[in-house]
Design a protein around this ligand. Structure first.
Ligand code: KG4
Ligand code: ZN
Length: 475
C-alpha cells in the first residue's frame, strides 16, 4: 500500500514569534515513583469500589491504561476481520491518518509532514505545529477515507493518539476524532503513542506474540520495555536527558545539513561517506550498570568537535562545502552515529539479559520509532538480537516514523480486548475540553537503587533476577 504524502505546509508565522515559542522535543520524564500499571482485566472487575483509578473520570476521553470499557453492548461488534478502524495521529509534527482492517490489511495511509517548518525554525514550535495540524487535518482524514474507498459510516471505530506529545497538537487530532465519531455514532479508542510504535510490529509480523522486548527510539523518547501482554509493560530503561532522535537532529543541524529531509536521514546519508573512527567520542553511561540512556553529553561532544575543527557549518551549508570540509563533517557524522548506536547496543544487551531472566519465553526483539528506520541502527541491533537467540522485528521505515497505521492498529488491539469509549453524545459541544496525556509513562518503571527493589517486588519478578539486578547495580 503506497503512502500518500501530502505537500508540507508552512503557516505564516513571524520569525520573532517562532523564536519565542520554539521548543526542543520534550525529553521523556524520568518518573521517580513507581505506579504499577493496572491489570486491565482485573480492573474490569474491580473498577468501582477500591480501585485507585477512577471508573468514570469526568472528561470524555480517558486514557486506556486507566479505564475499562465504558461501552454498552448497544452495538453489535463485528468479527475482527471485518473491523474497519480509522487512526489519527497529531502528537508532534506529522499529521497522519490511516484506515486499517481488523486482520491488519492497510487500506490507506496519509501523512502530511511539517518538515519545512522544522527546517526553517530548527525544532517543533507548539503553536505553529498546532496551526499546521489544524490546517490539514480535515484533508488528511478525508483522503484516508477516500483512498480506502470508504465513508465514515462504514467505520467500526476511531482511534486517536491522546499522549504523550504536545497538548496543543494532540488536541487537534482528538477534536477531529470526536467529530467523526459523533457524526457516525462510532466508539473511540484513546491510544498511547509509544505503545503504538511497539504494537505496529504485531501488524508487520503476525507471529509476534507477547511477551516481547521492545526498544522504542524517536525524537522525544528512548524506551526499552518488556511487553508482558496488551497494556502491561515494564520499562527497563529510558533516557535521563535527550532521546537519540534529538541527538541526530541537533547534530545534523550543527553540521549544516539539509533539514528538509529530516535531521536523522540527512545525517545517516552523510555518515556513509565518513570514517566512523575518525573522532573518538566517549560512549555515554558506561559506568551505570542499568538500561538507561543519555544523549545530551554526546550532543555536546559533537558541538565541540565541530568547533575544534573550525568548520563554518552555520554559514556554509553542506551543499556548498569544500571537499575537505565535507569530509570532516562526514567523519564527525559517522563517528557520532557509531557511538550513538553503540550506546543503544550496550544498553540493549543488558536489557535482553534482564528480560530473558524475567520472561525466558521471549523470542522477539522489536525495534521501532523514527530512528529505527536507520539502516545502521537496524543492522547493529540485528546483531544484538542474533547473539542472544532472538528475532529482530523492525517495521518498514514508513511504519517506524509517525503514522496513522500504528494508531489504527493499536486501536484494533484494544477494541478487540474491549477497551474503548462510547460514541460522543449528539449534543457534545465542539469546543469541549478533553483529557489528554502529554506526559504518560508506558507502564511500570525500573530504576536504580531502592526503587528497583520496590519495583521488583511489585512486579513479582523471579528472585534470581532481583539479586542479579541488585548485584549489577552495586558493581
Ligand atoms: O517516531 P518519530 O517519527 O516521531 C516522534 O515520535 O518523535 O521519530 C522522529 C525522529 C526524529 O528525530 C528523526 O530525525 C528520527 O526519528 N529519524 C531518524 C531517521 N529517520 C527518522 N534518525 C536516524 N536515522 C534515520 N534514518
Ligand atoms: Zn513517534
Amino acid at each position: 500500500m503506497a503512502v500518500t504524502l501530502l505537500p508540507t505546509l508552512s503557516p505564516p508565522v513571524s520569525r520573532a514569534a517562532a523564536a519565542f515559542v520554539l521548543l526542543r522535543r520534550a525529553p521523556a520524564k524520568a518518573f521517580s515513583s513507581l505506579r504499577p500499571p493496572p491489570n486491565p482485566r482485573r480492573f474490569l472487575a474491580s473498577a468501582s469500589a477500591s480501585s485507585p483509578y477512577p471508573a468514570t473520570p469526568p472528561t470524555a476521553l480517558r486514557p486506556l491504561s486507566t479505564v475499562a470499557s465504558s461501552c454498552t453492548a448497544a452495538r453489535a461488534t463485528p468479527a475482527r476481520r471485518d473491523l474497519l478502524m480509522l487512526g489519527i495521529e497529531t502528537s508532534c509534527d506529522d499529521t497522519a491518518a490511516a484506515v486499517v482492517r481488523g486482520d491488519g490489511e492497510i487500506l490507506s495511509q496519509v501523512v502530511s509532514s511539517q518538515a519545512d517548518l522544522l527546517a526553517r525554525y530548527g525544532g517543533v514550535a507548539p503553536k505553529m505545529a498546532e496551526e499546521a495540524h489544524a490546517l490539514v487535518i480535515d484533508q488528511v482524514v478525508q483522503k484516508a477515507l477516500d483512498d480506502a474507498k470508504l465513508s465514515g459510516s462504514d467505520l467500526s471505530a476511531v482511534a486517536v493518539t491522546v499522549g504523550p506529545g504536545l497538548s496543543l497538537c494532540l488536541r487537534v487530532g482528538v477534536q477531529k476524532a470526536r467529530q467523526v465519531a459523533k457524526s457516525f455514532g462510532l466508539p473511540i479508542v484513546g491510544v498511547h503513542h509509544m505503545e503504538a510504535h511497539a504494537l505496529v510490529s504485531r501488524l508487520v509480523n503476525k507471529d509476534l506474540d507477547f511477551p516481547f522486548l521492545a526498544l522504542l527510539i524517536s525524537g522525544g523518547h528512548n524506551l526499552i520495555v518488556l511487553a508482558h501482554s496488551l497494556g502491561q509493560y515494564v520499562q527497563l530503561g529510558t533516557t535521563i536527558d535527550d532521546a537519540i532522535g534529538e541527538a541526530y537532529d541537533k547534530s545534523a543541524r550543527w553540521l549544516g545539513l539539509d533539514m528538509r529531509k529530516g535531521g536523522g536521514p540527512a545525517l545517516e546519508e552523510l555518515a556513509l561517506d565518513g570514517d566512523p573512527n575518525a573522532v573518538n567520542f566517549r560512549v555515554p553511561m558506561r559506568q551505570h550498570k542499568d538500561c538507561n540512556f543519555s544523549y545530551a553529553g554526546l550532543k555536546t561532544q559533537v558541538r565541540l568537535a565541530i568547533e575544534s575543527k573550525n568548520l563554518c557549518t552555520g554559514d556554509i551549508p553542506i551543499s556548498s562545502a569544500s571537499g575537505e570540509d565535507r569530509q570532516s563533517r562526514a567523519n564527525i557524522a559517522a563517528s557520532f552515529q557509531r557511538v550513538a548506536v553503540l550506546h543503544l547496543e550496550e544498553k540493549c544487551q543488558r536489557a535482553v539479559e534482564w528480560a530473558l531472566k524475567m520472561e525466558p519465553s521471549i523470542k522477539y526483539f522489536v525495534v521501532s520509532g523514527g530512528v529505527a528506520s536507520n539502516k545502521y541502527v537496524r543492522t547493529r541491533l540485528h546483531q544484538v538480537a542474533e547473539k542472544n537467540g532472538l528475532e529482530l522485528v523492525s517495521p518498514p521505515p514508513s511504519l517506524c516514523t509517525d503514522n496513522g497505521v500504528m494508531i489504527a492498529w493499536t486501536g484494533i488491539e484494544h477494541f478487540v480486548a474491549g477497551r474503548f469509549e462510547d460514541p460522543p453524545a449528539a449534543d457534545e459541544p465542539d469546543d469541549m475540553q478533553y483529557e489528554l496525556r502529554p506526559r504518560w509513562p508506558l507502564g511500570e518503571e525500573y530504576s536504580e537503587g531502592r526503587s528497583v527493589a520496590r519495583s521488583l517486588k511489585t512486579a513479582r519478578v523471579h528472585p534470581s533476577l532481583t539479586s542479579m539486578i541488585q548485584g549489577s547495580l552495586q558493581k
